[in-house]
Structures are given as C-alpha cells and as structure tokens.
Design a protein around this ligand. Structure first.
Ligand code: NAD
Length: 293
C-alpha cells in the first residue's frame, strides 16, 4: 500500500459517520431517536458479521438499533409478519432484511412487504423508481451511494466522463449506473456484464471503472486507460495459508498492477466496504427525518 493514489474508504466513511453523529444529536434534541431494525434469518457467517457491524455502528452513533435474529427454518409468511410489525412500529424508521435469506424464501416478496418509506436499503420497487426519476425522497442503495461519495471525496470529475460499470445487479451495478448518469453527475455510462463482448476493450475506454462482479483480481492493468479512476466493489475470499483465518479478502481488481496505472483506486479491504454501513446510517437518518416531518 505504498501508492499515493489510494482512496481511503475508512477515512471517508469516518467523515460520513461524523455527519451522522451530529445529525442524530440534532434529531434527538427534537425528541426523535432514529431507529434501525435489522432482520437476520439463518446462520450465514458473512451475514452475521454484517448484521453485527450494523448494530454496533448504530449504538456508537446513538441510533436506536433493533436486531432480530430468526431461525433458518422461518417461513416466508412468518418473516413477512415480522416485517409488517416493524412497518407499524413508530420507534423504527429503517428496516433491512439481511441478504441473502435462506433459499425457501422469495427475497423479492419480502422486499415488497417493507414499507418503502422505511426501506433504507433502497431495494423496494418504489425506491428503484425514485432513483431512476432522480427523486431525492427515495433511498439510494448504500453501496453505490458510497461509491459516489468516494468519487466526490477524491475530487473525481464525473461530468462528461466515460464510466464503465461491470456488473448489473440490483444491489450495485444497476443503481451505480443510474447514479453516474443522473443529472448531478452527467457521466456517459456503459454497463458491462457476464455476456458483454470484449470486456477489456470496453474498460479501456473508461475514465471511471466500477467493478462489481465477485471475481477475484479479474480487472487487469491492460484493461485500464492510464490515469483512469478505479472503484473496486468486489469482496472475495481467497485461500491464504499464511493467514490465521486461512483466507484473505481481495477485490475484483488486480490491485498491485492496476494501482501503478490508474490515477486513483479503492483498496480491498478499506475502500468501498466501510462506506456501505456509513451510507446505511445516512439513509436511516433520512427515513427518520421524512417520517417525522
Ligand atoms: P451479483 O452476483 O449479484 O452480480 C454480479 C454481476 O457481475 C452480474 O451482473 C454479472 O452479469 C456480472 N458478471 C459475472 N461474471 C462476469 C464476467 N465474467 N464479466 C463481466 N461481468 C460479469 O453480485 P453483487 O451483489 O453485485 O456483488 C458484486 C461484488 O461486490 C461481490 O464480490 C460482492 O461481495 C461485492 N459487494 C460488496 C459490497 C460492499 O459493501 N463493498 C456490497 C455489495 C456487494
């Protein structure tokens, strides 16, 4: 990590969390404590880590946090009943059901059951529509919102820039593309995916590359135009016997080589990851403000 062009996600996330802390105090002074409910179904180890971190961050910032852990055999109807209780709970402003749920549960049906005014993940169709409509009352999915904040913090010019987003998921790729093309950022956006032809050539056009695929070290240095900005969303576990855990985390970008060529890059870990929780806290404040206005 000797490069000077690293975008420090931990530092930017800390700045966002400072904003949230101050805004939370201001809301509390008016008698409103923003509340976030996180629902976890089953025992997925990565999900447990994420849910624990969200709960802890709420507590650190003075938000009300409700963590609901349900057994893996919870039915879809039972889960939706829990969501509906949270919809009706005035102490809760944000609701998040940790993804992925066990296979017998239709995630889409659960997302649709969340009151869109409390959908701080921004996955409900009403919020997807608001993102496309550029309606600021909607909730922007946390990870792409965090990427935009990193670009802004690094002083990256998006106006007229060629941006290539690799990945078309509803969680990262598609909302990221929508944010980049929106009238407040004005990039020219290409969305690449598993069926794209000649991905290296597509990437070489880009002033901004956002990689959200889930394939370790996929994006190579010769895909990158000199001076481009690279945002690496991928979080991949690869075997590493030299680590106590037996694995290390790596992104979708072949970091060491790409870092030599680009003007700025997010590391993994310590890049996009810390931003996701920070933006979730921001969204919870937005929900609390809008629900109590
Ligand atoms: P996903 O599996 O839903 O989507 C992956 C996308 O990559 C798909 O749209 C697919 O078309 C595309 N793809 C697959 N193979 C490809 C190939 N060979 N060439 C080009 N495109 C290809 O994943 P996701 O939920 O969007 O997550 C992507 C990555 O980001 C994962 O590693 C995930 O762990 C990580 N992630 C990180 C955060 C964070 O907070 N940093 C948040 C969400 C996801």
């Amino acid at each position: 990590m000797s490069h000077s062009n690293i975008i420090d996600g931990k530092a930017v996330a800390a700045a966002v969390l400072d904003e949230v802390r101050a805004e939370t105090a201001a809301l509390k002074a008016k008698g409103i404590t923003p509340g976030l409910a996180v629902v976890l179904v089953g025992e997925d180890p990565a999900s447990k880590v994420y849910v624990g971190a969200k709960d802890r961050t709420c507590q650190e910032l003075g938000l009300h946090s409700k963590k609901i852990t349900l057994p893996a055999e919870t039915t879809q109807d039972e889960l939706i009943a829990v969501v509906k209780e949270l919809n009706a709970d005035p102490s809760i402003h944000g609701i998040l059901v940790q993804s992925p749920p066990p296979k017998h549960i239709d995630e889409e049906a659960v997302i649709r059951a969340i009151d869109p005014r409390k959908d701080v993940d921004g996955f409900h169709p009403e919020n997807v529509a608001k993102l496309v409509l550029e309606d600021p009352s909607g909730f922007v999915p946390c990870t792409p919102a965090g990427c935009m904040r990193l670009l802004a913090a690094a002083g990256v010019e998006t106006n007229g820039a060629e941006a290539v987003v690799i990945g078309r998921s509803m969680i990262v790729g598609k909302p990221m593309a929508m944010l980049l093309v929106a009238k407040n950022s004005n990039a020219t956006v290409t969305i690449a995916h598993s069926r794209s032809k000649d991905l290296p050539a597509i990437c070489r056009r880009a002033d901004i590359v956002v990689a959200a695929v889930g394939r370790p070290d996929m994006v190579k240095a010769d895909w990158i135009k000199p001076g481009a900005v690279v945002i690496d969303v991928g979080i991949n576990r690869v075997d590493d016997p030299s680590k106590k855990s037996g694995y290390r985390l790596t992104g979708d970008v072949d970091y060491a080589d790409v870092a030599e060529k680009c003007s700025a890059i997010t590391p993994v870990p310590g890049g996009v990851g810390p931003m996701t929780i920070a933006m979730l806290m921001k969204n919870t404040l937005q929900a609390a403000r809008q629900l109590t206005a």
